[in-house]
Design a protein. Sequence first.
Length: 423
Amino acid sequence: MGRLHALPARPSGSAFAPAHLGPVAVRNRLIRAGTGESMADAAGRIGDDYVALHAALAAGGVGLSFTGHMFVHPRGRYGELQAGIDSDDAIAGLRRVTDAVHHRGGRIFAQIAHAGSQSMMFDSEALAPSQVDNVMTGRHVRAAHDDEIQEVITAFGQAARRAMEAGFDGVHLHGANGYLISQFRSPLTNRRQDDWGGDQQRRDRFPLEVIRAVREQIPTDKGLTMKVGLADLVDQDGGLAVGESVLGVAGFVAAGLDGVEVSSNLMSDYVSASIRGYIAVTRKRALEDLLLHRLHKPPEPEGYFLPFADAVGGAVDTNVIVVGGLRTAETIDAVISARRADFVSMARPFIREPDLALRLADGGQVGAACVSCNICLMHDEHHPLKCWRTPRANLLEHARYRLAGGFAGKGSGRKPSAGGAAD
Ligand SMILES: Cc1cc2nc3c(=O)[nH]c(=O)nc-3n(C[C@H](O)[C@H](O)[C@H](O)COP(=O)(O)O)c2cc1C
Ligand code: SF4
């Protein structure tokens, strides 16, 4: 199927040229994907390190940043170090972030989320569409009542209002990776037979209502995008499939999205589904980074969600954002110039090299230094976000924490297979 929307002709290599994402002008087509910063205090408020991280990304030339997922409601909090946008108290701190980014010529969207039964806050009452054990956390949560669902929709709208008051250029909804929106969209986790479930149209009602509530709060010169899980990637039949999922995406776009970032819906674990290991790691890179067990294995392929991008781009008139294992300037240019996506987003590469956009743009570097070892993922919700391979002392710190049993304690609510380093 051909694209329904006509994009202006772009010369090859224009990933690094200015563009528009909906109404928002950006200096290039590279996006820092939502990556949990793990830098918030007990109330979910952020501090200097969070501001500095986003300032460095903007100074490093990325066109647009998505923040890590921020909870819109206390019951939707994913982890203890996660930032929140659930209260007006969050606005002043987040204003410092947007000011720092704008001062450096960047743009930033607030990623807003509700973790549903994938929440690792075991002391608080989580929320789920139906009473189905969460595949990642094992949590057993009763089905939400209608008024609880309405409360979450309102909370998303209020979070968007706060994002606007804090000066964000737009909002990025988290509708993927197993969180509440994914749980409503999947027939495996949404067993309801009411207005919120029963067939795909009703399973898509919750995200639609969220989009409408959020769009109402966003002026026309600001953006609204969504990370959408195109299909369930779990070892169970009967999950959400790409074909019917794309029909839902068309409805979401009609309700007011400026772009769609494609990813997985339900997942058995992060590493095999959406945060895959050792992308584009050649023998030379394996040697340089002391990945001895990768010396005799071929590099894992780049761009593992490109088929999802093709599916959305072929059927829906919107900006397609592809995430998942994009690593080299050559691949990024090829994806953009072949119009398989309008924007490329990357998470792990920007952890290791916040200035990666500048490095790739001037041709000085052919690809990201990140080897997708996923040690940073292991430390998600344990320590503030950083690359644990460089400087080398970080690897020692990691080894000490691991040997001391750090991952068995606080914050490791997910099943052991869910967050570990790639192997
Ligand atoms: C440490 C870590 C934290 C992440 N946090 C988020 C998040 O807050 N929101 C989100 O949408 N995705 C999150 N992701 C997933 C990334 O956005 C991205 O989809 C995934 O890492 C694949 O892209 P990459 O190959 O460029 O890293 C996270 C990934 C990592 C490694
Ligand atoms: S620890 Fe560093 S090299 Fe490993 S995946 Fe994270 S950013 Fe990349």
